[in-house]
Ligand binder design. Structure first.
Ligand code: DQA
Length: 145
């Protein structure tokens, strides 16, 4: 199956950005691990990161044209702000898993609300870079029915 990993704003700085909170692995390392994990399970993984809301929305629209089967998305700060990104996911009707490195519920109150969680198949948060691996496992299980 075709799986798309989407990364929102500031995640290009993973590894150097607040490493005590977000870990020391770079986004490139995380994406490489996800691609290997997908390949080993017989799936295909593409990834995209942007700091711009409209680019993430365009990538979600493109995913529909490409026939992407599932999306793993860390909307980062857009989690708490973006109705537009939420609407894009609802529009394409592609199953998605919401991922966060940190446990949103152990942080500031404004991070407790997500515009995505009620539409997501599920949410994985709090395991650092390992959150992505766990999310992909969940996607495989779901694709297998
Ligand atoms: C994050 C949590 C968000 O609140 C924050 O804005 C991020 C990263 C996470 O992965 O823990 O940029 O999505």
């Amino acid at each position: 199956a075709k799986i798309l990993a989407l990364h929102g704003p500031n995640l290009n700085l993973l590894g150097v950005r607040e490493p005590e909170r977000y870990g020391t692995r770079s986004l490139a390392e995380i994406n490489a691990a996800l691609a290997a994990q997908a390949e080993a399970a017989g799936h295909e993984l593409a990834w995209f990161q942007s700091n711009a809301e409209h680019e993430l929305i365009a990538r979600i629209h493109q995913a529909r044209d490409e026939g992407v089967d599932a999306i793993v998305i860390n909307p980062a700060a857009f989690t708490h702000t973006s109705v537009a990104l939420r609407d894009a996911l609802a529009a394409v009707q592609i199953d998605f898993v919401e991922v966060h490195l940190s446990n949103l519920h152990a942080r500031e109150a404004f991070r407790r609300h997500s515009y995505f969680s009620d539409l997501a198949v599920g949410v994985i948060a709090g395991f650092g870079p390992d959150s992505y691996r766990l999310a992909l496992e969940a996607v495989f299980a779901r694709l297998a029915g």
